[in-house]
Write a protein that binds this ligand. Structure first.
Ligand code: 1BO
Length: 270
């Protein structure tokens, strides 16, 4: 079954399920992205700081999939928020990816070491969009105060850490209300949430894997989700989530496992 597209606030369509590549080395990214594309994924997420844009680019090129059928995201790193640095950064990312544009360019973190400079980065990103270097622009790891600092701008996406034990439900709902699409990184809680008894129980009830249950939960909450794996069978099974639905009760039981425990970096210090 086809991955549903979500229309972002600027009219761009994004496949709701994508393939994440955080912590995947360049050579492994090439083979993993090739496996993902063969399995049917068309949305690939990388970042300059991941150090794997070249591997991702090689896999995209080798796939022979037409560019307009792919959705590629990359991200601007924290020490490149000044306008000229941001321009060099997107140009470098495009060269490494072997593309003339990406589909989504994100400010990776608010970068508290450089207070407020993300506003300058945001202005630069608007230029990149106008010039066609990226189709959409957004942010990652922004809380509501960071978003407010953008003076009424509405990024297309806010990609944040989100998984059952760290659901960020208040932020997720406020993003949806503002027309900013939430996107989940570490959507499986770095595999720790797979062991959660509620999730394992629902998986057993319906004959799906815990990862499939969690991915389905994200999809049903309206989140864009980018699970990562380097294991071919898991890459494939994580994509196989469109032939079943969780009941409202199952969604609510998963939502209730939230402990508010963050696994990755904190936007207030990164
Ligand atoms: C430092 C990277 C977090 C996920 O993009």
């Amino acid at each position: 079954m086809a991955v549903p597209n979500i229309t972002l606030n600027d009219g761009t369509a994004i496949p709701q399920l994508g393939f994440g590549t955080w912590q995947v080395p360049d050579d492994v990214a090439e083979t993993s992205v090739a496996t993902a594309l063969a399995a049917g994924y068309r949305h690939i997420d990388t970042a300059a700081i991941y150090g794997n844009e070249e591997g991702v680019g090689r896999a995209l090129a080798a796939s022979g999939i037409p560019r307009d059928e792919l959705f590629v995201t990359t991200k601007l790193w924290n020490d490149k928020h000044a306008k000229d640095d941001a321009r060099k950064a997107i140009e470098t990312s495009l060269t490494k990816l072997g593309l003339d544009h990406v589909d989504l360019y994100l400010i990776h973190w608010p970068a508290t070491k450089f207070p407020g400079l993300f506003v300058e980065a945001w202005d630069a990103m608007q230029e990149f969009k106008a010039e066609g270097l990226t189709r959409s622009i957004g942010v990652s790891n922004f809380n509501t105060e960071h978003l407010d600092a953008l003076h009424g701008a509405t990024p297309a996406i806010n990609q944040i850490e989100m998984h059952p034990t760290f659901g960020q439900h208040e932020l997720r709902e406020s993003l949806l209300a503002a027309g900013i699409r939430p996107e989940a990184w570490s959507p499986l809680g770095q595999s720790k949430d797979l062991e959660n008894p509620v999730i394992a129980g629902i998986a057993a009830e319906i004959g799906k894997t815990p990862a499939q249950v969690i991915i389905r939960w994200h999809l049903q909450l309206g989140t864009v989700v980018i699970p990562k794996s380097v294991t071919p069978s898991r890459i494939t099974s994580n994509f196989d989530v469109f032939d079943f639905e969780l009941s409202d009760d199952q969604v609510a039981r998963i939502t209730a496992v939230d402990t508010g425990t963050r696994l990755g970096g904190d936007p207030l210090t990164m």
